[in-house]
Design a binder for this molecule. Structure first.
Ligand SMILES: [Zn+2]
Length: 170
């Protein structure tokens, strides 16, 4: 039988993938979250995780956090794709703003879970997060040829950003 080397075993985030598998995330969920073929996840789960899963079952907290984070990251990837699609398909401005909000909500949750927001709650402004600035720049670039849409989106973003600053100040 043809033996394919396991790409997951050699990844730096292998432990997180094992966590997700141990927690019962589906092969496709794990594949999406970590950008690997679900068949590779299947082989890795079948051939290499029995021992790890037994060990991990003692560490529920870490596991739950790892899985929730993996799912959120998968959700974020989906939201980003939706955003690109919404911009390409010239969806209504309201539709685009809705997708931007989803992307932002995902980033906010991820930041909370990874402690980026918790550690310095008084000084971190999500609107300054590099991922958000990237999304924002991509958004404005994509809307360059649609000045009306650009103006409307920019207006809504400024409102959102002011809102977020108030939240940070608490
Ligand atoms: Zn493996």
């Amino acid at each position: 039988m043809n033996r394919v080397p396991c790409i997951i075993c050699h990844r730096p985030d292998r432990e997180a993938i094992d966590h997700a598998i141990a927690q019962g995330a589906s092969l496709r969920e794990v594949g999406r979250a970590y950008n690997v073929q679900h068949t590779a996840v299947f082989r890795h789960k079948r051939d290499h995780t029995a021992h790890e899963i037994a060990t991990l079952n003692g560490a529920h907290k870490v596991q739950d956090r790892g899985t929730a984070l993996a799912r959120l990251e998968a959700l974020y990837t989906t939201a980003e794709k939706l955003l690109k699609k919404a911009l390409k398909d010239s969806t209504s401005v309201n539709g685009q703003v809705q997708v931007v909000k989803e992307v932002r909500a995902c980033l906010e949750l991820i930041a909370k879970m990874t402690g980026e927001l918790n550690e310095r709650p008084q000084t971190v402004n999500l609107m300054m997060a590099p991922q958000w600035l990237q999304v924002r720049a991509a958004l404005f670039q994509a809307l360059e040829d649609h000045p009306q849409a650009l103006e409307a989106v920019a207006g809504r973003l400024v409102a959102l950003e002011n809102n977020s600053r108030e939240l940070v100040r608490g």
